[in-house]
Ligand binder design. Structure first.
Ligand code: IMP
Ligand code: MG
Length: 209
């Protein structure tokens, strides 16, 4: 399925990614579309955790923001979740984790934890918040890490889910903002290409010049 590429004032502008010249090929999702979809995803998440909070008065949910890509999405999501579940404000928390991958060129290489969680997640319900899931390598590692650290339950939410190159099981990836079937590289709303483009208020595709 081809996704429509729409106009932006940076359309056609070039950038260098890993030594290669690329260009902005068009907007896939606008600010309004991302905000609307985030509200829907927050509702889906609230529908899952509200019964858990109701049933277990000690239940605590930790949103685990995977830095730096998921920062924007995490903020939007948790604010919206608060609107939906205002009475549980003491039981919805935020932590973050930074990981980097190295080796094996463009493919996911060995993963290294650059910044661990601030607090233990043992016996807490953990929601991993990702910007994008491509091969699934990073997510499956994070999922196992949270299991190892004793999380009571583990689920994942991603702003963008790419399907074309999926190689690893994505267990409990329960919520997906936008799906991309084609193999396209995207930037904006936290997503970067060699640290460029995180602050763009839309999600755009980049391609070879
Ligand atoms: P995975 O381990 O193959 O699922 O890839 C995950 C990581 O690759 C993400 O956390 C991103 O940092 C990066 N990544 C993959 N595709 C894109 C993209 O289209 N734009 C920006 N980053 C991407
Ligand atoms: Mg990333």
């Amino acid at each position: 399925m081809d996704i429509a590429r729409r106009e932006t004032d940076i359309l056609g502008e070039t950038l260098i990614v890993k030594g290669k010249l690329k260009k902005v090929a068009g907007v896939l999702w606008t600010e309004a579309e991302i905000k609307r979809r985030t509200e829907e995803v927050a509702q889906e998440i609230a529908d899952v955790y509200e019964p858990i909070f109701k049933k277990d008065k000690d239940a605590i949910l930790v949103l685990c923001c995977i830095l730096h890509g998921a920062m924007f999405f995490t903020v939007d999501l948790v604010r919206q979740m608060h609107k939906l579940l205002p009475s549980y404000w003491k039981r919805i928390r935020i932590d973050s984790l930074a990981i980097s991958s190295y080796g094996r060129g463009t493919k996911s290489g060995k993963l290294k934890i650059e910044k661990d969680f601030k607090n233990p997640i043992e016996d807490f319900h953990v929601l991993i918040v990702e910007d994008i899931i491509d091969t699934g390598y990073t997510y499956s590692y994070l999922n196992q890490l949270c299991e190892y650290k004793g999380a009571k339950s583990r689920r994942g939410v991603t702003l963008v889910g790419k399907g074309a190159r999926r190689e690893h099981d994505v267990v409990n990836l329960s919520f997906i903002g936008f799906k991309i079937e084609e193999d396209v590289f995207v930037i904006g709303w936290g997503l970067d290409a060699d640290e460029q483009g995180r602050q763009l208020p839309f999600i755009a595709a980049i391609e070879d010049v």
